[in-house]
Write a protein that binds this ligand. Sequence first.
Ligand SMILES: NC(=O)c1ccc[n+]([C@@H]2O[C@H](COP(=O)([O-])OP(=O)(O)OC[C@H]3O[C@@H](n4cnc5c(N)ncnc54)[C@H](OP(=O)(O)O)[C@@H]3O)[C@@H](O)[C@H]2O)c1
Length: 279
Amino acid sequence: MTARKNTRIALIGYGNIAHSLLKGLLAADYEADSIRVSDSAAAKLKDLKQETKGIRTFASNLQAIEDATSAILCVKPDVVQAVCAEIKDTLMRQSTVLVSVAAGVSVDLLERWTAQTLPIVRCMPNTPVAVGCGMIALYANPCVTAEHKKLAEDIFSTVGSTVWLEDEKDMHIVTALSGSGPAYFFRFTEAFEKAAKDLACPPHLARELAMQTLYGAGKLALQSRSDIATLREQITSKGGTTERGLQVLEQADIDKIARSVLKAASLRSVEITQQLEDT
Ligand SMILES: NC(=O)c1ccc[n+]([C@@H]2O[C@H](COP(=O)([O-])OP(=O)(O)OC[C@H]3O[C@@H](n4cnc5c(N)ncnc54)[C@H](OP(=O)(O)O)[C@@H]3O)[C@@H](O)[C@H]2O)c1
């Protein structure tokens, strides 16, 4: 609690991920006045200020990071360099920990755009942080102390499960699987909802069946001691409906599809790093 009391977080760029993170932090009882938000779009800040009592919003990134213990960069990868140039001197002066959630932006690039002596945490959250169920991978540069790690851990463990990576290269597969992953499960759920409607299921029923099954299967898988294959086998009776349905997934080579999905997304993460390094 003491750590939280002294924590002042600046969220830079208020888009999808910052919105999810803020929602999760507030739900976990972070005080609104310990969080500052900046964005280039004034309208977004106005809405946020109206919705969230006590939150401090700024059109200037520099003002938002004033006095912050951590600055969380939530802008698109191609904007990170410009924002770093803008805030690096203040971060250095205040010894503020820089946390970047930008996909593909390596610690090496962040150090190049700020300073090699700045504590930097590269982080990959996902949008379920909004409901306290995020998956957050973190990687620290050598300037990050145990105290800095605790600061980052205190923030992110309140909105999900955290893991510290030893090898930054693993961030590509993290980005592809847990960073982008909610979209794959949403897409799968959308497909089942649509298919049920096509098979004459009433729309509201199709939606509820698909959504609750996604939620229930996830929760069961997480809470169960059994591995996921065992959980699947427990519902798959010989000659039953599940077996027949699963046969279709196997015929479509679901393993190959999953491999291709992760390969494509992680290659894109490598590509973003490469493109930024070449500029
Ligand atoms: N979305 C996810 O699920 C997810 C998950 C993990 C990591 N990430 C990473 O999070 C970052 C943000 O993604 P997002 O989906 O949240 O993007 P987004 O919705 O586009 O949010 C970025 C926000 O930053 C604002 N912005 C642009 N330039 C700025 C500047 N110079 N100073 C302050 N704010 C500025 C943008 O305003 P305008 O719209 O007016 O440009 C926008 O509101 C990306 O680097 C992404 O790789 C996203």
